[in-house]
Design a protein around this ligand. Structure first.
Ligand code: HEC
Ligand SMILES: [Cu+2]
Length: 344
């Protein structure tokens, strides 16, 4: 089909030159979702400790059992007298010790799990930012609404910006089926369920881009339902926010105007561009699409070529997605590209 598909997802395992399956030495650094082992904020830290704690406990159990088994195998049985099963000296005592120790260990891990759940359920402080995230087949709408000021509102998609060190409260909704919101380094998973608003909170200690993913199977393109959380220092975040609040510029250039006309005819039924008459509600807001790092929920990096590839081949790139592929004459494609390039 001739579409250059550049995916950012990386491989944990690769086939080496000799044809053997080896773990990439960089796999750890590159794998996007193993990060729950390395929390980057207070909403994820207790879960990370729990994860490591339970893992340590499991390892200890395996080691202890292996040692006991080795000792048992090495030891000679006492002679004939007490051969009958159950008559071995001390057998019952060991049984009680084993059951007792396991019971205590399980109760401790249960208590630890409950304490952790309690710790991550509520944000510790009053949130510094409220956003609403709505999951769609197969992308994320991100709504920065400000209850006190209707003008201070904008909607974007698949890229959530947050200020560093600020607890962010997320109202989580779904427009269709059940999805789940997961940013491993920032918080545990929370389901997005149609007809209700679930609460989730995240907070990042350090600036960075934190990968998120839908983790509830939701149909054909579930795997291509990723997003990024971009944590920025306050000033950078404020600048981003101010840019997002701006409406799209009204085109003056002829080519751009021609492109906007094509957009109004073919795209505006689904997509919104604030500042124009395009007000479609069931697809990503494109007012500042150029400012986003990736297209179609993490499927493509956002370059002008990929943008046009996506418009022409959405159904090959992301089969069954709710965006049709468009046949465009070269001239129309150029005009549309010129218009889309202004949406940044
Ligand atoms: C029938 C509704 C529909 C129409 C018409 C439509 N789109 Fe889309 N578009 C979507 C949906 C739904 C998505 C999200 C797809 C996904 O990621 O699964 C999307 C995604 C996109 C994206 C990626 C946005 C992002 O931030 O990831 C771009 C760019 C885009 N469309 C451009 C266009 C253009 C240009 C046209 C007109 C030529 C158009 N669309 C027509 C429904 C539509
Ligand atoms: Cu999903």
């Amino acid at each position: 089909m001739g579409v250059a598909l550049k995916s950012r997802s990386r491989r944990l395992l690769y086939i080496s030159a000799q044809g053997t399956l080896v773990a990439s030495p960089l796999a750890y650094a590159d794998a996007p979702l193993d990060y729950f082992l390395h929390a980057a904020g207070p909403a994820a830290t207790p879960t990370m400790h729990l994860g490591w704690g339970l893992a340590a406990m499991c390892v200890a159990v395996v080691i202890i059992i292996a040692l006991l088994l080795t000792v048992a195998m090495a030891r000679r049985r006492p002679e004939a007298a007490s051969r009958a099963i159950g008559k071995e000296e001390g057998g019952m005592r060991w049984l009680s010790i084993g059951v007792g120790v396991s019971t205590v260990a399980l109760l401790v891990s249960l208590a630890y799990t409950l304490v952790t759940l309690q710790a991550v359920a509520q944000p510790t402080l009053t949130p510094g930012l409220n956003i609403t995230v709505t999951a769609y087949d197969w992308w994320w709408k991100v709504d920065y609404a400000d209850d006190s000021d209707a003008d201070n509102r904008f909607v974007t998609a698949n890229e959530i910006h947050i200020p560093v060190g600020v607890p962010v409260r997320i109202g989580l909704k779904s427009a269709d089926v059940i999805h789940a919101f997961w940013v491993p380094r920032l918080a545990g998973k929370t389901q997005a369920i149609p007809g209700q608003t679930n609460r989730q909170w995240i907070e990042a200690d350090t600036p960075g881009v934190y990968r998120g993913q839908c983790t509830q199977f939701c149909g054909a393109q579930h795997a291509h339902m990723a997003f990024d959380v971009v944590a920025q220092p306050r000033a950078e975040f404020d600048a981003w926010r101010a840019a997002q609040l701006r409406q799209a510029a009204v085109p003056v250039d002829d080519a751009v105007q021609a492109g906007q006309k094509i957009f109004m005819d073919r795209c505006a039924g689904c997509h919104t561009v604030r500042g124009s008459d395009a007000a479609g509600m069931h697809a990503p807001d494109l007012t500042h699409v150029g400012s986003r790092e990736r297209l179609a929920a993490g499927t493509l990096t956002n370059t002008p070529e990929h943008l046009l590839d996506w418009i022409r081949h959405a159904q090959q790139i992301k089969p069954d997605s709710l965006m049709p592929s468009f046949t465009l004459k070269a001239q129309d494609a150029a005009a549309l590209s010129a218009y889309l390039a202004t949406l940044r």
